[in-house]
Design a protein around this ligand. Structure first.
Ligand code: HEC
Length: 434
């Protein structure tokens, strides 16, 4: 039962709350929106960066308000593919639900400026600055690469000598484009082989050679690549740097000449990051098939700490799932993407390492849509698509970046992985030494 007095209290509270809401009013740029755009968008959306327009000032934001609302609602922006609630990643670009609601209500409610001064914009590192300070070695692309004004995205591999006269351990690598407007992402590798290689060649999907080491990937707005503590990557003298770079035509001819800064350490690695790779070449997608599933699994013979995951497929793939079943039956998600976009290939680091005991089964399941209803289908009308490295082929791979808990057990993992590769390619790909 509510007495009159209490009732009055409730009313007064309601009035007070209503006036607080009225005081705060609809979201405004100066109070609510500026900080979201500055921390979540401006990293890519500022002059000279990869996004096509800046989102730094009120005028920038107001001019694009409608588009901002449309793209954040569907979560096309900021680009971030993993679904929330499965496994936590470091450096997630995903907006919180609250940030999303604020942006949408602001944009749809008239994009008000609000009172007060415009908050000062963030200070971005200059294009020519190295974020980790002066590198120990800089490898420059010898000549600028010319990106045509129009047409399909360009995937180009470059092989550049490092000039290293002695063996080194790499603790960090920074990729620095000279022209950030055209560079969408880059993957870096080393090649210690003595094979003859072209200085540069078109390469979509795979880099077309077996690298000696993977150094990691770069995409706009991301920090330089730092190796986990104790896991520096050895690079032997005479190695070449292999960079696969994805360029986006901008409407005018662009020239781009990237550099890679290497940071060395004296500390020999005591741990290795091993690529626990699951892949399938059993891909044969009939024309028009809208839900084609590719699966693979691998049981790890030793305990590892999974530190990150790199998925790989081409244009037709829509869903990517990977999970582990621990020996005690518990399911641990490793990746869940429902709207794969080849355009945004990130390398995902877990927020904290995930311990996977020996005899953990890792499974992957990818779903491909080869129907005319898939706007990314490179064929019109749809055609049968099989496994292969080209833009019109498909691939299916999940690379779980793993550190053995006991390094002495590494060879056992190596043997198991090699066996799995041999079985999955059916011996048709490589010939074993006699
Ligand atoms: C990691 C870089 C990155 C971040 C972070 C980012 N964007 Fe973008 N944005 C792009 C790029 C690149 C494009 C050009 C289209 C493309 O390549 O997908 C773009 C395009 C857009 C477009 C135009 C899309 C079109 O159809 O023309 C809007 C609007 C947009 N972004 C809004 C935002 C907002 C709002 C945020 C923050 C909440 C944001 N972006 C964060 C890189 C980024």
């Amino acid at each position: 039962m509510v007495t009159a007095g209490e009732n009055g209290g409730v009313k007064r509270l309601a009035v007070a709350l209503a006036s607080v809401v009225a005081l705060q009013g609809a979201a405004t740029y100066t109070r609510d929106v500026a900080k979201i755009l500055q921390t979540r968008c401006a990293g890519c959306h500022h002059a000279g960066e990869v996004a096509p327009f800046p989102l730094v000032t009120y005028e920038d934001a107001r001019a694009k308000a409608k588009q901002i609302a449309a793209l954040v609602k569907t979560r096309q922006m900021p680009p971030w593919q993993p679904e929330p609630g499965y496994v936590e990643f470091a450096g997630s670009r995903r907006l919180s639900d609250k940030e999303l609601r604020t942006l949408v209500s602001w944009a749809e409610g008239g994009a008000a400026r609000g009172k007060g001064l415009e908050p000062a914009g963030p200070v971005f590192p200059k294009a020519e600055e190295w974020r980790l300070g002066r590198p120990d070695l800089v490898v420059d692309l010898p000549e600028a690469f010319e990106v045509p004004a129009e047409g399909a995205d360009v995937y180009r591999c470059f092989v550049v000598p490092t000039g290293l006269a002695e063996d080194k351990f790499v603790r960090a690598v920074e990729f620095r484009p000279s022209n950030r407007r055209v560079v969408h992402h880059a993957l870096l590798f080393t090649d210690a082989s003595l094979l003859k290689r072209p200085a540069s060649y078109p390469c979509f999907g795979t880099i077309g050679l077996f690298p000696t080491e993977g150094l990691g990937g770069w995409s706009p707005g991301n920090a330089p690549i730092e190796m986990p503590e104790g896991a520096a990557v050895p690079v032997v003298r005479g190695s070449r740097l292999v960079a696969q770079v994805h360029y986006n035509p901008t409407g005018k001819v662009e020239r781009e000449r990237w550099s890679v800064g290497f940071y060395f350490t004296e500390k020999a690695p005591v741990r290795r990051v091993v690529d626990v790779g699951l892949a399938s070449r059993v891909i044969d997608i009939p024309a028009g098939e809208a839900y084609y599933v590719v699966k693979q699994q691998f049981t790890i013979p030793i305990a590892v700490d999974a530190i990150g995951v790199i998925p790989h497929a081409h244009l037709l793939c829509r869903e990517m799932r990977a999970w582990a079943t621990l020996p005690n039956g518990k399911k641990q998600w490793l990746l869940n993407i429902k709207q794969w976009d080849f355009n945004w290939q990130d390398q995902f680091r877990y927020a904290k390492p995930i311990r996977l005991p020996a005899e953990t089964k890792i499974e992957m399941e990818f779903v491909y849509d080869n129907s005319a209803g898939n706007p990314r289908n490179p064929h019109s009308p749809p055609q049968r698509v099989v496994a292969g490295p080209g833009i019109a082929d498909e691939m299916a791979g999940v690379h779980v970046q793993s550190i053995p808990v006991d390094m002495k057990e590494l060879p056992e993992l190596g043997r198991a992985l090699w066996g799995a590769v041999m079985r999955s390619v059916g011996g048709s790909f490589y010939t074993l030494p006699q």
